[in-house]
Structure formats: structure tokens, C-alpha cells
Design a protein around this ligand. Structure first.
Ligand code: F6R
Length: 632
């Protein structure tokens, strides 16, 4: 196989498997150093990516007695200026996510200080480098990668020889951090970071990346040229660097997206479809017009040789895609009991509002289960307005009310609240209630009655913070309860593995675990279909069901989304990649899918909602297939 990858890459089915493998490697180093009576020097990263590595290390410490007393740590970076106690400081983050739960001696922990004064910075950075050298250098350095290509906070323009220093954060990085700080304007403009040179000096580098939002930058770092515009590309020059990816982050690598360009393929139906669709899009010709020459000239000679020419191949793929188009979202005429799992109280209408209305129209019994309260994404000013309303409403109609709760615990609290501070329980409840009422309103607009809406309030979400808990038995039980209560024949769930805060991913984890238990409990197995969240859409080779919408239907869907008034005009967490409103993204996405189908030579529709069927049992198989190392 001719590889375009310039650094060793290991791809796993999911982030948990990657994290366990990396934690094992760290344990190996700690134990080897212990055996020779030396210290293990770990370079550590913060952010969403390494969380599960730290969880696994904590587990090893608790359950296997892994001893950290010989461990010395150096963190990559810290915001500047920031107080150590600030909610978003990396100092605090590291203690909460690792240091408080293992026995690393406090004096062995090093994190750049965000609270040094301007004129102390240079001296502090020099001392940081000296401390790394005095510890004998870093044995293994963990790295994440930012969408700007940064490692540590080495933003575009960072030189290969750079050392620990203060740096201005890139606009993309600040946008990505916006939700942690409750608004881009609250994100510090600077940070102190180890340099590219400090990182490359480590004896071993492990860069981890998860989620499809990382796929484009991973491709540039792995397959692109070494350049200071993508600091992670410098890893290509390191003698012992490995990039660990989950399948989503690996998706843009050529061996994953267009394997036929890098070697011989085992042509199964799915791969054939991908190749035909790719070719059709690449040379902008409808599928049925592709010729043998088109295939051979674009690296697909192998495929038409295997298929004995393009004629039947084109027809097979065309027919397959034609069959995905259906006005029946359940695929059935018979009345079905449908359960739609909506992570937040608006994903249902944003992502499959057209199909929900269609199913109701066709007489199916549709229920929607909202999985989390969504209280985190309500603006404080909205709560204040509602609280004032309730108070004055009570006064007008002489209703008994505890105005101290409204005054002190709501209005006064909100007026003195600092960005990012956790809401009181009362405020969280009000925010949840606002979203709940909007969800019921939108569901009614679609044609459901209130008793067809269900609010699961999964506990993993209820931290009051952006950071969530892991999925526990209580979360799975709540999902299982609703399955047992409703006994659906068809289920829809959000198949997102990379939404900004991981809420959708966690919700899907809860659904899949409960689904397995439900089926194992002897219940008839419902069909499970996945829709995409607000952030992305299935690609044409993935789509297994495409439900057309006429212009008026799309407009109606828009009005359903509008019922989520607290998310209208400006959402609290729009995600870093797209500043449009959810209804705009949703319409654009549905119209784009229709245009894509059209350009492939399929019938022209105004808009399409897309679904894939949950491929049960595939994860385990992916693992074997995907855990491959770069081949020279
Ligand atoms: C964190 C750090 C950064 C992050 C990167 C990815 O210490 O140095 O380079 O690793 O921004 O962040 P997440 O993991 O949050 O996507």
C-alpha cells in the first residue's frame, strides 16, 4: 500500500479504546521507571480529548494500585491571565480530572502559571524550561490538536525551535473555548505554552484526536507538508511520534475516505458505492453517465475490472440510491409506535421535524423523549424576564407566591452572577422549564399531544456546568424505563459523535446501552434509525433513508423550530463552526442533501431529511479492521 501518511497513525473504533491504549502505554513507562528506581516524566494536556486517558489512569490507581509517587508532570499550557481557582483554569482542570485522584506528589506537578504578572512572564517561562531539563526531559508527551492545528497553544506561525513563552490565541481557538467561558468575549486573549521545540524534545509523543470536527486538521497534519501554519505537522519530524484517532477524526485521511487512491481495495458494496459517488461528484457527471474511461482515468480501474465494466455498477448504485428515497419515514404502511429520542429539547424538530410531521400525518403513534433538560443553553436575561412576569402576574391576580425566592434566588442572583458561574438550582429549574414548555409547544405544533412528550432529565447532564458526567446506570435506566413503558416498534436517535459538548454522544451511549438491555430482556427488537444533530449531515454513501419535503413542508418545519423561542436569534452554544441559527443550518442541510441527490442524477427534490439504520454489532468489528499502523 502506498501511504500518504507521514507520521504513524493508529485508528480505533472510538475514543474510549484509544484512551485505554494510551493509558496502558503511560502505565508501562511508569512501571519501567519504577523498576529502575527513576522518575517517570509525563507531559500532560488538558481539553476534551485526554479526559478518558486520565479516567483510565485513575481507575488503574484505584483498582490495580498503580503507584504515581515516582511521577513528575509538566502541563503544556495555561491561559493568561487567569487565576488558579477560576472555573476554566487548567490548574483547576488538572486537579479535578487527575491530580486530586492519584498520588503524584504535589511538588512534582508543574503547570505554567496564569497568575504571574506581565513582567514575570519571561523569567517564569525560562524557569519552566529549566525545570523540564532538571527532571531529565519528558518521557512521554500527550497532545491534543486544535482546529487551528495547534499543539499546546502553538498557534499558526509558531517556529519549530520555539520554547515556553506567552502567545496570542488564534481566533479559532478562542471561538472553540467560547462555551467553556460562556462567550467568546470572556476567553483570555493570551496563554503561556510550551513551545514546539519543547514538545519535540520529548522522547515520545502521543497526539490524540477525536470527532469529525478534527478530521480536516488531522489530514493536514498527517498528509500535508510540514509547515508553521499547522504546528502539529512538525510531529512528522519526530522519531517516536504516534497519532491516535477515533474513526471520526480519521475520516478525511485518504486511506479512509478514498482508499482506492492508496492501494488495492476489498470492494464490498459500501465501498463500491463510495467510489461511484465520489467519482460522480469529482468529475461532476450523473452516475448513469459515468464511463469506463472515467473510472480508469480517476484511479478506479481496479473497480471496473472487478465489476466487469461500469454499466452494471452504475445501475446498481443508482438503484440503491433510488431506493433510499421514501415518503414513509418508518418504511411501513402499517401503524407503528415510534419513539424519537431528542438529546436536547429541540433536536427533534431541527433534525427530523419534517419526518415527524409526516409520520403523524400517516397515522403512526409518535412519542418524543427529550433526554436532557437543556437548561444550560438559556440566557439569564430570559429567566429574569420570566421571573418578573411571574411576580407581576401574581400581583395582578392576587396569587400567593414566595417573592423571596424570586427576588433573592433568581433576580438578585442573576444580577450578581459572573460569566460561567453555576446557576442556583432554582435558576436551573426555571431554565429547564422554559425549554420544556417550548418543546411541548413545538411538539403540539407538529400535531402531537402533550402526553406524547416525555422528559427524561438524564442525570449525567445535571452538573450545571458545560462539563458533563459519564453515563451511569441511572441514565441507562431512565431510557430503559421509557422503552419498557412505550414498547416502540421504531426508534429514532441522534447519531452524533462529535457535538460541541459531547451531550449528543453521551445520549447516544445511553440509548444504545438501554436498547441492548431492552432487547436482551426478551422484547421484540425495534428498528433503530439515526438522524444527525444540528452540526452535520450523513454523507450520500451513508444515507439509507431519505425523506423528501416539499417547500411548504420545509416552511412548516421552520415554524416548529421557531417555537423554541429561547434558542431563536442567537443560541447560547451555537458551536464554534457555524454562526447561523439552527433553522437556517437545518434548511440548508436538507436542501443540500436534495441537491447532492440531484447532481448524482436522482430525481430533483426540494429538501431531504436523511437517516441511517443503526448497524448493530459493528463497533467490535470496526476495531479489528481499523487498528492498523502506517504501512511504508
Ligand atoms: C490543551 C492544549 C490544546 C488542546 C487542543 C485540543 O492543554 O494544549 O492544544 O489539546 O486545543 O483541545 P480539545 O481536546 O478540547 O479538543
Amino acid at each position: 500500500m502506498k501511504s500518504l501518511e507521514k507520521v504513524p497513525v493508529r485508528i480505533f473504533a472510538n475514543d474510549s479504546d484509544v484512551s485505554v491504549a494510551v493509558a496502558h502505554r503511560i502505565r508501562e513507562i511508569i512501571l519501567a521507571k519504577q523498576a529502575s528506581g527513576r522518575q517517570a516524566v509525563l507531559g500532560l494536556a488538558t481539553g476534551h480529548t485526554p479526559v478518558k486517558v486520565y479516567k483510565e489512569l485513575i481507575r488503574m490507581h484505584r483498582e490495580e494500585g498503580l503507584d504515581f509517587s515516582n511521577v513528575v508532570t509538566f502541563n503544556l499550557d495555561e491561559y493568561w491571565p487567569i487565576e488558579r481557582e477560576a472555573l476554566q483554569s487548567y490548574y483547576r482542570w488538572m486537579h479535578e480530572n487527575l491530580f486530586d485522584s492519584v498520588n503524584i506528589p504535589a511538588e512534582n506537578i508543574h503547570i505554567p502559571r496564569g497568575d504571574v504578572s506581565e513582567n514575570e512572564i519571561d523569567q517564569h517561562c525560562r524557569a519552566y524550561e529549566e525545570a523540564i531539563a532538571a527532571a531529565g526531559g519528558i518521557d512521554i508527551q500527550l497532545l491534543g490538536i486544535g482546529r487551528s492545528g495547534h499543539v499546546g497553544f502553538n498557534e499558526p506561525g509558531s517556529r519549530k525551535s520555539s520554547k515556553t513563552r506567552r502567545i496570542h490565541l488564534d481566533v479559532v481557538t478562542r471561538r472553540d473555548a467560547a462555551s467553556d467561558f460562556f462567550g467568546e468575549e470572556n476567553v483570555p486573549e493570551m496563554a503561556i505554552t510550551m513551545g514546539v521545540g519543547s514538545i519535540l524534545a520529548a522522547r515520545e509523543l502521543c497526539l490524540l484526536a477525536f470527532g469529525e470536527h478534527k478530521a480536516p486538521i488531522v489530514k493536514r497534519a498527517v498528509e500535508g507538508d510540514i509547515s508553521d501554519s499547522v504546528a502539529a505537522s512538525y510531529l512528522q519530524e519526530h522519531p517516536n511520534a504516534t497519532i491516535f484517532l477515533d474513526e471520526a477524526a480519521a475520516a478525511s485521511l485518504t486511506r479512509m475516505s478514498k482508499p482506492w487512491l492508496v492501494g488495492r481495495c476489498k470492494w464490498d458494496d459500501k465501498l463500491k458505492r463510495s467510489a461511484v459517488i465520489w467519482l460522480s461528484q469529482e468529475i461532476q457527471k450523473p452516475i448513469l453517465m459515468l464511463t469506463d474511461e472515467d473510472y480508469s482515468e480517476n484511479g478506479l480501474y481496479d473497480l471496473i475490472r472487478e465489476c466487469k465494466g461500469s454499466y452494471h455498477l452504475n445501475i446498481d448504485v443508482f438503484r440503491y440510491l433510488m431506493k433510499t428515497i421514501t415518503g414513509k419515514p418508518t418504511g411501513e404502511n402499517d401503524k407503528q409506535k415510534v419513539l424519537v429520542f431528542s438529546p436536547h429539547p429541540d433536536d427533534d424538530v431541527i433534525c427530523m421535524g419534517g419526518s415527524i410531521m409526516r409520520m403523524i400525518e400517516r397515522g403512526h403513534e409518535v412519542h418524543i423523549a427529550y433526554m436532557v433538560s437543556g437548561c444550560l443553553s438559556v440566557f439569564d436575561h430570559d429567566v429574569e424576564r420570566y421571573a418578573e412576569f411571574v411576580r407581576e402576574f401574581g400581583e395582578i391576580f392576587g396569587l400567593p407566591q414566595d417573592s423571596e425566592v424570586i427576588d433573592k434566588q433568581v433576580i438578585q442572583f442573576l444580577r450578581s452572577k459572573k460569566p460561567g458561574h453555576v446557576d442556583t438550582l432554582e435558576v436551573q429549574k426555571i431554565k429547564g422549564l422554559i425549554r420544556r414548555k417550548e418543546a411541548v409547544d413545538a411538539a403540539k405544533f407538529c400535531g402531537l399531544s402533550e402526553n406524547q412528550t416525555h422528559f427524561l432529565e438524564l442525570p449525567f447532564y445535571n452538573t450545571g456546568k458545560v462539563q458533563k458526567l459519564s453515563i451511569s446506570n441511572a441514565d441507562v435506566k431512565a431510557v430503559l424505563d421509557i422503552l419498557n413503558e412505550l414498547q416502540p416498534t421504531v426508534i429514532f436517535a441522534a447519531g452524533d459523535m462529535s457535538d460541541p459538548h459531547g451531550t449528543h454522544r453521551l445520549c447516544l451511549e445511553a440509548v444504545l446501552k438501554a436498547f441492548d438491555e431492552y432487547v436482551a430482556g426478551g422484547n421484540a427488537k425495534p428498528e433503530l434509525w439515526l438522524y444527525r444533530g444540528a452540526w452535520q449531515e450523513w454523507s450520500p454513501e451513508q444515507i439509507e433513508r431519505a425523506v423528501p419535503m416539499a417547500p411548504d413542508e420545509l416552511k412548516k418545519k421552520r415554524y416548529a423550530i421557531f417555537r423554541h423561542q429561547s434558542q431563536k436569534d442567537r443560541a447560547m452554544f451555537p458551536g464554534p463552526y457555524d454562526s447561523r441559527e439552527f433553522w437556517q443550518r437545518s434548511e440548508d442541510r436538507n436542501k443540500t442533501t436534495a441537491q447532492t441527490y440531484d447532481s448524482l442524477g436522482l430525481p430533483q427534490y426540494y429538501a431531504l431529511e436523511a437517516f441511517v439504520r443503526y448497524p448493530l454489532g459493528r463497533s467490535a468489528q470496526w476495531k479489528d479492521e481499523l487498528e492498523t499502523v502506517k504501512e511504508e
